[in-house]
Design a protein. Structure first.
Length: 347
């Protein structure tokens, strides 16, 4: 159920310039009311019960106590959606793991202010209706019994897996990836995030998972045992050259409001991939990826959608499900096993 009344926002940031930019920018939107600010997390703890905000914006790096520690201690007490406002910092992903809903990169110069405010405003509106993980937990790396010997022809033959996600997707994708074996078929992943963060995200997932994970580059050949994260601000698609599959990463128009777009990836797979393929769509606002997943399913792909209960935002998977693009719908923590069972059954 979407909030119809003004969204009450509290800004937490130790920088007066950042507080002023965020507060004035958000307050200019008719659906948002900025009810106050805090200069650090200690100040925030005192003000939150009184101000009763619907959404918090939170800096990651602050004196006294970091935004990450604040989230770990406070999110279960006051399960308020949090949008991180951060510099280019890998600690953002620790904050998302601690329970934040979404994040945005702070502007590096005055020329970026307007775009920052526009994007932040949209993220706050989405966050107001997002689920908060009250007891966030880091998913352990599962010692799966599925390996190349058991999956046999599923790995011996060509299989390509496409995965798309948006709000809440960084941790949902990681939850799935941690449960997959090193010799997984080649994967291509589109996760909506700002420039600079996709490389750091790929490095983080690579450290935590069995397969190799890296940011995709134009011309990369899709190989078994490697997952490719589409670079931010580049449309990424699959290209077939003979019996080889490579990646095209090029700047182009936004599709479904995004660059990279899940639809671009999925449509390219539906058109180019002649071997077996799988499409997975996870949590996120909007409908990016739904039509592309349907195109994949019509070409014989096995398709999986995250269910409503486990989604931070049940948007993209809902649209995909409603138009008939999803073959199997499941909680996030079951998707890896569903995928592996499917691969094991391939001939």
């Amino acid at each position: 159920m979407f909030i119809n009344k003004p969204i009450r926002v509290m800004v937490i940031d130790d920088s007066p310039l950042a507080r002023n930019l965020i507060s004035k920018g958000l307050a200019a939107h008719p659906r948002i009311e900025v009810v106050g600010y805090a200069i650090n997390t200690i100040d925030a703890k005192q003000k939150i019960p009184r101000l009763n905000p619907d959404v918090l914006t939170l800096d990651v790096e602050m004196p006294e106590q970091s935004g990450i520690e604040f989230l770990k201690q406070y999110i279960s007490v006051y399960p308020i959606p949090v949008v991180l406002c951060s510099s280019l910092n890998i600690k953002v992903f620790d904050a998302l793991d601690a329970g934040a809903v979404d994040f945005i990169k702070k502007p590096s110069n005055h020329n970026e202010n307007a775009a920052f405010v526009t994007a932040l405003t949209q993220k706050v509106i989405v966050a107001a209706n997002a689920k908060v993980r009250r007891h966030p937990q880091t998913v352990p790396s599962v010692q799966t019994t599925h390996d190349i010997s058991m999956l046999g022809k599923a790995f011996a033959n060509d299989v390509i897996i496409g995965l798309g996600a948006s709000t809440g997707g960084t941790e949902a994708t990681l939850e799935i990836m941690k449960r997959l074996p090193a010799d997984i078929p080649g994967m291509v992943i589109v996760q909506h995030m700002p420039p600079g963060f996709t490389k750091m995200y790929a490095e983080r997932v690579n450290r935590l998972c069995k397969m190799e994970v890296r940011e995709a580059q134009n011309g990369d050949e899709i190989k078994r045992g490697v997952a490719y994260i589409a670079p931010a601000d580049f449309q990424t698609s699959v290209v077939r050259i003979g019996n080889r599959y490579t990646l095209s990463c090029k700047q182009g128009e936004r599709v479904s409001g995004h660059r990279p777009s899940v639809d671009v990836l999925f449509y390219s797979m539906s058109e180019a991939v002649k071997c077996k393929m799988v499409g997975i769509i996870l949590t996120g606002m909007g409908q990016d990826g739904a039509a592309g997943l349907l195109a994949m399913r019509k070409k014989g792909a096995y398709t999986i959608g995250q269910d409503e209960e486990s989604c931070i935002v049940y948007g993209m998977p809902k649209v995909a499900h409603d138009i008939g693009a999803v073959g199997v719908q499941a909680p996030c923590d079951q998707i890896a096993d569903i995928l592996l069972r499917h691969l094991k059954g391939l001939k």
